[in-house]
Design a protein around this ligand. Sequence first.
Ligand code: GAR
Length: 219
Amino acid sequence: MNRAIAGSGAVVPFAVLVSGNGTNLQALLDAERSGRLGRGQVALVISDRRGAYALERARLAGKKALLIEPDQNLPKEARRRDLSDRIQAAVREAQAEFIVLAGFLSILQGSILDTYRERIINIHPSLLPKFGGPGMYGERVHQAVLAAGETVSGCTVHIVDQGTDTGPILLQRTVPVLPKDTTESLAERIHHEEHIAIVDGVLELISRLGNMDNRRAFS
Ligand code: GAR
């Protein structure tokens, strides 16, 4: 990783980690193609799940796509660490400046969290800190929101720290929860907002990294 983000015109390559369909990845790929991603450039897509359609989306866009699966022979903690270490090696190899978790369901642990501190962002389909934490992903989040009788939900882009869904929030987008909503209808409404939020989150992070480097340069 290049600690200092290069001057204003330079491309900022990043990695996207996925586990499933990859509509958020698609939003990033589309934004890159249309120029809405600014200096951001998807350098690498990594899936921890074989058969994730997100990998196909990456290949169709001409992006490097890797499958890095958890080693099921290892106990839980060691498995997370081993997966994280292998992902870190691939991200370093691709010279990515930061990492976007776009529907990535494994928990990152160990060295990657230190090396890429404040350089990993995650998108979550609720208004954190509500409806986050271990086991809260995808449909389960929307089920919990409906069960709690919430009238507003949405999505959050946040910096990843040592916890699950606990890091500093970069931005949120809200949607109404309607009386007739099902988990599917609510998920669809939120997904639409996520596709805007994830692009804005990447732009925000690139801007922050640039500012951090400027401060370092003048101190
Ligand atoms: C998205 O809704 C994302 O917020 C969620 O998984 C979905 C992936 O959709 N992530 C989590 O729940 C993480 N806790 P996609 O594969 O179509 O982008």
